[in-house]
Design a protein around this ligand. Structure first.
Ligand SMILES: O=c1ccn([C@@H]2O[C@H](COP(=O)(O)OP(=O)(O)O[C@H]3O[C@H](CO)[C@@H](O)[C@H](O)[C@H]3O)[C@@H](O)[C@H]2O)c(=O)[nH]1
Length: 473
């Protein structure tokens, strides 16, 4: 009967690869620590997990279930479709509530025994799990997959709106936004138009909803975000900075870390690129990846292609089948066109084992869209970066890399000659300076994950707090 008394943590993330992966790392860490964890996916994402059996075989305390997101199977689920995005809260909430209720019912009869749910940890992008938890009186924690600085932007917005004349369409004063450690001109350009846009207003609402929870868990590390954390702490009952989760997990699972790295991937990694990397000279290859969601036009991709080829450097390029924004999905034609490069120094894959790639000795630079997971994985691997931010948090991430942490350069134009020039700056004369920059940041990060470091301690504190949560019968 011991199991029925175990604390049972239910975790849920509904949308993007970049959100599901770090939350799954946290789920694995908690289950390694002996907690009974149920990871909830939507049916749609559940089907896309590429290596579920390996995870479940290795972690007996981690269980997977899936629920409907309320949409038909053939819905495109495009995160840039606002009607879909705004509708997720109401569409998915009833299914999540039904699941949680099923964990609260009496487990008598022939049904397998499982502990009653003791708390929920939910991706903070959507507030429906908070509503469910409040209705059913279950403790809930929010989880954030992006940086603390980006979250802090949303907390400052309501104050900015009230403090600025409605007709002022100029950039807003930075003194209303303390805690960023970046100058006014380095902050992504907010003006009244963007502040009042439905997307920003929606994200402000969802960010503020998180303050109703028992605490906020962030995949970040104190030392990198010390300037804004004191401001955020003030809004939450408890704050747990536990990043980078993939490193903390790897250090606890030791030999199993290679297997863990690809956990939660929506696409199967093409391992051939690792063999190709083995044949390349040390620090010679530029790795190019735009993460799991960014889309761009066919003509942009061709400029990238020419810039990369003209740089004369070997490169490994992740080109997802759905990366093209203005063509049909699976636009095989351009994909084939790009395969016709100088074969010996080009490797193109649809999905790479990114953590392994960044850790390979042949990698000398990373051209990235600046997703937060990519930044953390990159710091750990100590690779200088070219930043090509697109949307959301990526601009502020890029500003931190280039201006604050000084281990990257920004790609300021998307024509082939600028791309070629920037690549040669990174891989050529600025290489040593940027390498020193990333080594310095990596050292700060490593200090936080070792025993006694901030993230290490915060994971222990979180596990301790979750163990104490036992729902009253
Ligand atoms: O070929 C690939 C490419 C990516 N990845 C992994 O996919 C994840 C991508 O995450 P991220 O770099 O954060 O990018 P997105 O997928 O674009 O993530 C979304 O979510 C992030 C966290 O909120 C935000 O920072 C981003 O802006 C947002 O686009 C990383 O763990 C990568 O290791 C692979 O394993 N193989």
């Amino acid at each position: 009967m011991e199991m029925v008394d175990q604390p049972h943590v239910v975790m849920i993330s509904v949308l993007l690869q970049g959100h599901v992966k770090p939350l799954l790392c946290l789920a694995e860490l908690l289950s390694e620590a002996g907690l009974f964890v149920t990871f909830v996916n939507t049916h749609h994402n559940h089907k896309r997990f590429s290596n579920l059996p390996e995870i479940t075989n290795n972690l007996p305390n981690l269980h997977f279930v899936s629920i409907s997101d309320g949409l038909p199977d053939d819905h495109p689920r495009d995160s840039f479709d606002l009607e879909y995005f705004f509708g997720i809260n109401s569409a998915t909430k009833p299914y999540f509530k039904e699941l949680i209720l099923s964990y609260l019912r009496d487990n008598s009869g022939d049904a397998p025994l499982q502990p009653r749910v003791s708390c929920i940890i939910a991706d903070g992008v959507f507030s429906f799990p908070i509503d469910v938890a409040e209705e059913l009186e279950i403790p809930i924690f929010s989880f954030i997959a992006h940086s603390a600085r980006y979250l802090w932007e949303y907390f400052t917005i309501p104050k900015l709106i009230h403090g600025v004349d409605d007709h002022d369409h100029h950039l807003l004063p930075s003194d209303a936004m303390p805690g960023f450690e970046l100058g006014r001109n380095d902050l992504p350009g907010f003006n009244m138009e963007t502040l009042n846009s439905p997307v920003v207003q929606f994200l402000v609402g969802e960010s503020l909803a998180m303050t109703r929870t028992s605490g906020l868990i962030l995949n970040t590390i104190d030392d990198l975000e010390a300037s804004c954390l004191p401001y955020i702490t003030h809004h939450f009952r408890k704050l747990y900075t536990v990043g980078p989760l993939h490193v903390l997990l790897n250090s606890r699972v030791g030999d199993r870390s290679q297997l863990m790295a690809s956990h939660g991937s929506f696409w199967k990694s093409d391992q051939n690129c690792m063999t190709w990397l083995d044949s390349q000279p040390s620090r010679s290859v530029l790795y190019v990846s735009f993460g799991s969601v960014v889309k761009t036009s066919c003509s942009n991709l061709l400029e990238f292609w020419h810039g990369l080829v003209d740089s004369g450097r070997p490169f490994l390029w992740v080109l997802r089948r759905d990366v093209i924004s203005d063509g049909k999905e699976s636009n095989g034609e351009i994909y084939e066109e790009l395969q016709k490069g100088p074969k010996e120094r080009v490797c193109i894959v649809e999905w790479a084992p990114q953590e392994q790639v960044l850790g390979h000795s042949a990698i000398g630079g990373f051209l990235t869209h600046c997703g937060w997971n990519s930044i953390l994985e990159n710091i750990v691997a100590r690779v200088p970066m070219i930043c090509w931010p697109n949307w959301g948090d990526q601009s502020i991430n890029s500003e931190c890399v280039v201006k604050l942490w000084k281990f990257g350069v920004e790609l300021d134009a998307k024509d082939r000659s600028s791309i070629e020039k920037t690549i040669n700056t990174l891989m050529g004369h600025q290489r040593e300076e940027l390498q020193l920059g990333v080594d310095r940041i990596a050292k700060r990060l490593e200090d936080g994950i070792h025993e006694g470091g901030s993230s290490y301690n915060n994971v222990e504190m979180l596990v301790g707090d979750l163990r104490k949560m036992k729902l009253l019968e």
